[in-house]
Structures are given as C-alpha cells and as structure tokens.
Write a protein that binds this ligand. Structure first.
Ligand SMILES: *Cc1c(COP(=O)(O)O)cnc(C)c1O
Length: 413
C-alpha cells in the first residue's frame, strides 16, 4: 500500500498547519513559516520581513546565507561530501589545526551537535578516570538549571528535572549542585568525581554568567581530586561573548571544551577539544560517529572560525554588545514594572521579566514577532537576545524601536 509516492508531494502547498499533521509534536513552532533569509533578515511565506535577533538560538552568528560561508560550502559541495572515518580529509585537518592553535587544546574530536559533543566529553572523562583511578571514580557533577543536550546521558546531566521525567531509568552517579555556589561545589567534588561539567554562562537556564571566582574554584577542586573540568561552550562559544571562547575571558582553562551551534553557522557540527594527555584515553575504536568531521561540516567550521577569530571582528562584538546593553538598560529603566536589569556577556543577553510579569516572556516575544522582531526566551521569566555577531548599528536601533513598540503593546493589553 502507498508504495508509490504521489508525484505532487514535493509541490503541494504546505503551511504551519501541516506541522501539526505530520511532525512528531516535540515543538510548538511560531505561526509564520520562514522561507528565506539573508544577514539578519528573514521572510515568511507571506513575504513579510522580520529582523532576526535569535540567530536560530545562537547558531547563525555570521548571519543567514553569509557569502563567504556560502562560497566555501558551494565549492566543497562540488568537490567532496563524505568518505567515512576510514579516511581523513583536508578540511577537517585544517579545522582541527585552527581550533587547537586558537585554544588551550591539542586535539579535537568532531561530531554533529552539542549533545553529541557533550556525550563525547562525558564518556571521555569517565574513560580517563576509570583507566587512571579505577571504576569507583565515575561521578559527574553538574549544575542545576544547566542544559547540556537531549541524549539520555546529557539530559540527565542537565539540571532540569522536567526534561528527564518519564525517561527513567537514568544513567547513574550524577550529582546536581546550585550554580555559582562555591561551598556546594566544594562539598560535591569528592574523590569519586570523574568530571565537573559547567556552562561558563548558562544559556537555556536564563542567561546567567558564571562568576570568575566560582569557575576558578571549580578548577581548584578538580585539580585537588583529579576530576576533569568540562566547559560546555556550545552556546557561549565561537565569538558569542566577545572572545573566541568564553573561558578566554575567565582566567580558567578547562580540560575539555565542547562547541557546536555557531561553529557551523547552521550547518550541523559539534566539536570536543581537549589536551594531548586526556585525548590518549580515546584510542582507536572507543568512540565515533559516521558524519563527524565530514568535509562539508569542516569546511563551514573552518570558514566560521577564520572569520570570527579576527581581532577586529571580536572587537565589534564587544562594541555591539555595549550598545544593546545601553538600550536595554534604558528600556528596563523606562518600564521597571515589565523588565529587570539586562545580564549576559557579549551578544548573549538576557532581559528578565520584572516580578509582576514573571512567567510572561513568551507573551512578550510573540508581540515582538508580530511587529517584525524575532526574539528568544530563556525560560518563562527571561527574554533572550542573541543576534548574529554581524549586527549593524542600524539593526540595533531598529530592534530597540521594535522592543519599545512591543512593550507598549504588552502594557496595553
Ligand atoms: C544547545 C545546547 C546544547 C545542545 O546542543 P544540540 O546541538 O541541540 O544538541 C548543549 N549545551 C548547551 C549549553 C546548549 O546551549
């Protein structure tokens, strides 16, 4: 039955309604369906234009359809797509070289997403601890309200119990501690801990920057117990905070760093970076993935890293950040009944809802979207801004105007 595909299936009109008919309902996408985008502009099926201050959740950091990325990928598409891990390829060799030269790391492992990068990091940390210290050293310590992905291991390590409900039995030997609480970390990081995983700035958990002193203390407790320190920079990495990776502004060096999201500017890629000594514990056959480090993803990653790590590019991120922070501080001062003080780093910015408007971040972003501005939330209490790092001063002004119009509409109704 139905062996033959209806020849009209590729041209039949599709709408937002189609989503509710044929997709597994894990998401509740917006009412409009985007069809085209360039830079920070997006157009929907009706031809309506939006200013994108989401970057697809901190992913398209060079903007949509960035000409340099399009050109590099197009050339690679016409050259070599895929070989499998029985062969290496030039783009992945170049990308690994670029990433190790630009960071603390000596070695890179590539995969296809942030969850997979964290999965690799956690598996490597356990392997390292078991080999070096014995099987008793297997505990993973992570933070409450953290987010590390949706595989069973990473979602269990993540600090949001609502995401693991119903998926039991969960992986064992996991502990969750409050973020930015040094005493809780001191108590939790005992001799049986294999790894501590932390976001230098919590993204999904509400855009909460880690205190330098806290991250330094984690480093100290890890050194004292032989645990590995893993920085999840899936959201904070690749220029988002004004340095290539956020740890570079924190005076703390992790043992393992994970990267994804912006590394591919929308093309799926993940990376786990680590030192020579630790990498040796992932010998031939211990871990792998079919697509990891394929020529297409690696070509995009290389172009992205090359572009973003230019000092002038990163200086502009810091400058754009200061402008947006200035605007948001003024907005929150003008509407203290709606918004609290903005927080974050670089162009990863959270604007918390004031006490009286708790739980209503989505109501606000929906109003902004109607007016033509795409914004994110970070939970029900925080509006999140993550524009492409190439955002112009004019776009910053336009976003400010639209956010003010949206807050007027919010207050009115
Ligand atoms: C998005 C995110 C992940 C998960 O990445 P996926 O590509 O969705 O698997 C992990 N950690 C952090 C900090 C993230 O923001």
């Amino acid at each position: 039955m139905n062996a033959k595909l209806d020849s009209g299936v590729t041209t039949r009109p599709v709408t937002r309604q189609t989503f509710d008919e044929v997709l597994v309902p894990t998401y509740a996408p917006a009412a409009m369906v985007p069809v085209r985008a360039a830079g920070l502009e997006v157009w929907d099926q009706e031809g309506k234009r939006y200013l994108d201050f989401t970057s697809g959740i901190a992913v398209t950091s060079l903007g949509h359809a960035h000409p340099g990325v399009v050109d590099a990928l197009t050339r690679q598409i016409n050259t070599l797509w895929h070989l499998g891990n029985g062969y290496t390829n030039e783009p992945v060799l170049r990308l690994a070289t670029a990433l190790t030269e630009a960071t603390f790391a000596d070695r890179a492992f590539f995969c296809n997403s942030g969850a997979e990068a964290n999965e690799a990091a956690l598996k490597l940390a356990r392997k390292y601890a078991h080999t070096k210290f014995g099987p008793h050293k297997s505990r993973i310590v992570s933070c409450l309200s953290s987010f590390h992905g949706r595989t069973l291991f990473t979602v269990s390590v993540g600090g949001q119990p609502k995401y693991t409900e119903g998926f039991e039995p969960l992986p064992q030997e996991l502990s969750h501690i409050p973020y930015n609480d040094i005493e809780a970390a001191r108590a939790a990081i005992t001799d049986d801990v294999a790894a501590v995983i932390v976001e230098p700035i919590q993204g999904e958990g509400g855009v909460i920057p880690g205190d330098k002193q806290y991250l330094k203390a984690l480093r100290e407790f890890c050194d004292a117990t032989g645990a590995l320190l893993v920085f999840d920079e899936v959201q904070s990495g690749v220029g988002r905070t004004g340095s290539l990776y956020a740890y570079q502004q924190m005076d703390v060096t992790p043992d393992i760093l994970t990267s994804a999201k912006a590394l591919g500017n929308g093309y799926p890629i993940g990376a786990m970076l680590t030192t020579e000594a630790i990498a040796q514990h992932f010998g031939v056959g211990t871990h792998g993935t079919t697509y990891g480090g394929n020529p297409l993803a690696a070509t995009v990653g290389l172009k992205v890293v090359e572009t973003i790590s230019q000092p002038a590019f990163l200086e502009r991120v810091v400058q754009a950040s200061a402008k947006i922070f200035g605007n948001l501080e003024q907005l929150s001062a003008d509407y203290p009944q709606v918004f609290g003080k903005p927080r974050g780093m670089g162009l990863l910015i959270g604007l918390p809802m004031a006490e009286a408007c708790k739980g209503r971040s989505k109501d606000y972003t929906k109003l902004a979207e109607k007016l033509g501005l795409m914004l994110l939330i970070a939970g029900p209490d925080v509006v999140r801004l993550a524009p492409a790092l190439v955002v112009s001063d004019e776009q910053i002004l336009e976003a400010d105007r639209l956010m003010r119009e949206a807050v007027e509409a919010f207050v009115a109704g």
